[in-house]
Design a protein. Structure first.
Length: 683
């Protein structure tokens, strides 16, 4: 309710409040002269409150105004009228008392007659309840004296008559006022009873209304609950129907399962029979296996005796007709490369897949010189050098082993949607290239590759890297070789010159430091995956700023940053413009690179199942998983037949480093043998 004063009136009437204390005005309006109500709310309550409520209005702890009930006010007015009549009678008796001072002795006798007179007046039907209220006024001495004087003379009687009339006249209004007060009091009581009855009726009505609302709400809830239970019942009926349907389906499946179970039981019985049969065959095969082992042991002696002849590199001379048939008349679809110094075709010779490089046929170099140079290159064998199988002097062709995964340049560029090389494979390729260069530079006489770049690094099925085009410049006719050197020195082909030693471009002299420079560029390409142009400057700036990871090729995976930064610093030293400032392959590079071999033990890919073969499972000579690994004096592990054949052929140097071996003793690597066997069983 927004109206405060009406709210107070309603509360007084609702709860039958009979006494109330209320503020007459705000405390700030208080003063000693404050005698009336100042607040509009107080004035409204004073005027409109029920008559049965007695209200005291206060301000700052002081009583300002009091509003009593109507009944109390009427009684107070009646009492005031009685007091006035008693005063009048007192005045009259005082006047009579002055004239009766002489007759004090007759008071007792006349008092009896006076009492009789008062009885007659009372019996006359004129009640004097107010005038004779206390009873003392009739027995007062002054009244006795007054009546005594009346009996003595006319003057006194006249005064008495006047007094009697006055008393009667005064008694009538008083009686009427008293009767009116009684009637008003009864009316107010009736009104109060009516108000209380109305309030009780209103309270009862409100209670019945609330009970009716509660019953309606309860009925609504019961209806909702009934509706919910009805919905649940319908849902349960639907679910029951679904369950019954599913029961039928499951019964059908159970029947099918029984049929399948019976079939499986029959198959198990058949399998048991087959197992018994296979066990018998296994026993037979075991006997055959034991016999074969004995035969193998007998043949092994002959193999060991003739191992030198078996491991000697075979070099073939093919006719042009064989080359033509192997390439299907030089079918263009079989061409796999076309460079400055001839085209390369794939083909089949001696029941194996080969790569045939057709060199330019014009020039002053004769067939004998060509065969001599080719024969020399064919005797240079290393696991990381592409094997030269034979030649065709008629067509000036070189026949190499065919490597399935193309060149390192193709893999870095992800040609043919090939996946990026992982960092383990890249580090292993760095180790293999370094090993091949050490082998070439340690040869007698020293061999310089002279054309090292990613296109000359080929990858086999296991992603083992091999250097190609070894000593190709010795097989090119002199006029062509001169043109080649002139082209390099004039720097007209930046894609070629970027891998070339700057001093070679100025002097035309190839040295082992020239291969070191090219190796540094290839190493930076493997680390960053960026083009060769400007790669030295980019890597140097990144290292100086301390954020080498900005140029690192993260498509290769999570590089070991510490080792990679070490490799990058070595590569920058290799790319120094002055030959004397470049590091040595054996003392500076190999001592840092070779320990990283164990970081990439699982980087080789199985070409068939795309499964990684640990590199230390592969023989460096045969490039196959070793069956009987042996450790040589150089610390590398080889297949027993391969290293024995290498040593029996008269070699006293390491197949990997070309350094002289301290001894030719071999130690079986039993731990590696068990590891290879477990790996093969898991595969």
């Amino acid at each position: 309710m927004d109206n405060v004063e009406k709210g107070i009136i309603q509360i007084i009437a609702q709860y039958g409040i009979r006494w109330l204390v209320m503020g007459a005005a705000a405390d700030k309006h208080y003063s000693e002269k404050l005698s009336e109500l100042k607040s509009k709310k107080a004035i409204f309550v004073c005027q409109q409150a029920p008559v049965s409520c007695h209200i005291w209005f206060a301000c700052k702890g002081c009583l300002i105004h009091t509003r009593g009930t109507t009944l109390l006010q009427s009684c107070a007015n009646a009492e005031e009228d009685a007091y006035e009549l008693e005063g009048i009678s007192g005045r009259f008796t005082s006047q009579c008392l002055v004239h009766s001072t002489r007759s004090k002795d007759k008071v007792v006798d006349t008092s009896k007659s006076t009492l009789l007179l008062m009885d007659e007046l009372r019996g006359d039907g004129s009640p004097l309840p107010s005038l004779l209220k206390s009873g003392d006024s009739l027995h007062h001495p002054s009244s006795v004296i007054l009546l005594e004087e009346k009996s003595q003379g006319d003057a006194t009687c006249e005064i008495y008559d006047k007094l009697e009339h006055a008393m009667l006249d005064a008694e009538n209004p008083k009686r009427k006022g008293f009767e009116e007060s009684v009637r008003r009091w009864k009316a107010e009581e009736d009104a109060m009873e009516a108000i209380h009855g109305a309030e009780a009726s209103e309270s009862l009505c409100m209670k019945e209304t609330n009970q009716r609302k509660e019953m309606e709400e309860l009925l609504a809830r019961q209806r909702q609950e009934l509706e919910r239970m009805k919905n649940q019942h319908d849902q349960i009926i639907k679910e029951l129907q679904m369950v019954q349907d599913q029961k039928l389906v499951l019964e059908g499946r159970m029947k099918e399962s029984r049929y399948v179970e019976e079939e499986l039981e029959e198959k198990i019985i058949q399998a048991v029979k087959l197992l018994v049969t296979f066990k018998g065959k296994r026993d037979e095969l075991q006997i055959e296996h034991d016999n074969a082992i004995r035969e193998i042991n007998g043949l092994t002696k002959f193999v060991e005796e003739d191992a030198a002849s078996l491991c000697r590199p075979q070099f073939f001379a093919f006719s042009f007709l064989e080359i033509n048939e192997a390439t299907r008349n030089f079918d263009p679809s079989w061409k796999i490369g076309d460079g400055r110094f001839g085209s390369v075709y794939k083909g089949f010779l001696c029941h194996m897949k080969v790569a045939i490089k057709m060199l330019p046929s014009h020039g002053s170099q004769g067939h004998l010189e060509f065969e001599h140079e080719a024969g020399f290159l064919s005797r240079v064998r290393h696991p990381n050098l592409v094997t030269l199988i034979g030649t065709c002097p008629e067509s000036r062709s070189l026949i190499y082993e065919y490597l399935e995964n193309g060149s390192l340049e193709d893999r870095l560029a992800c040609r043919g949607k090939s996946p990026p090389l992982p960092w383990q494979t890249r580090i292993r390729i760095v180790i293999e290239i370094c090993s091949a260069l050490i082998f070439l530079h340690s040869n007698k006489p020293c061999i310089v590759h002279g054309n090292l770049k990613p296109t000359k690094v080929l990858l086999d099925a296991n992603y083992i890297s091999k250097l190609n085009d070894l000593g190709i410049y010795h097989l090119i006719p002199q006029d062509e070789n001169t043109t080649y050197a002139t082209t390099l020195c004039n720097k007209t082909d930046p894609e070629i010159s970027v891998y070339m030693d700057p001093e070679f471009l100025e002097t035309g002299e190839l040295t082992v430091e020239s291969d070191v420079y090219s190796f540094g560029i290839v190493l930076l390409r493997l680390l960053t995956g960026r083009p060769a142009l400007g790669i030295v400057k980019d890597v140097k700036c990144a290292l100086e700023r301390g954020n080498f990871n900005t140029v690192l090729d993260f498509s290769a995976g999570d590089w070991p940053l510490e080792q990679v930064i070490q490799l990058a610093c070595l590569a920058l030293r290799c790319c120094d413009n002055k030959r004397l400032n470049r590091p040595d392959l054996v003392s500076d590079l190999w001592s840092v690179i070779e320990p990283m071999r164990y970081l990439c033990t699982s980087s080789c890919l199985d070409s068939k199942g795309n499964r990684r073969i640990p590199s230390h499972f592969v023989c460096p000579i045969f490039q196959e998983i070793m069956k009987d690994p042996h450790i040589a004096a150089d610390g590398f592990t080889y297949e027993a037949d391969a290293i024995k054949g290498w040593l029996n052929s008269g070699h006293k140097t390491s197949p990997m480093t070309n350094l002289k071996l301290e001894h030719c003793d071999l130690l079986p690597n039993h731990a590696l043998t068990r590891a290879i066997q477990e790996w093969l069983q898991q595969s």
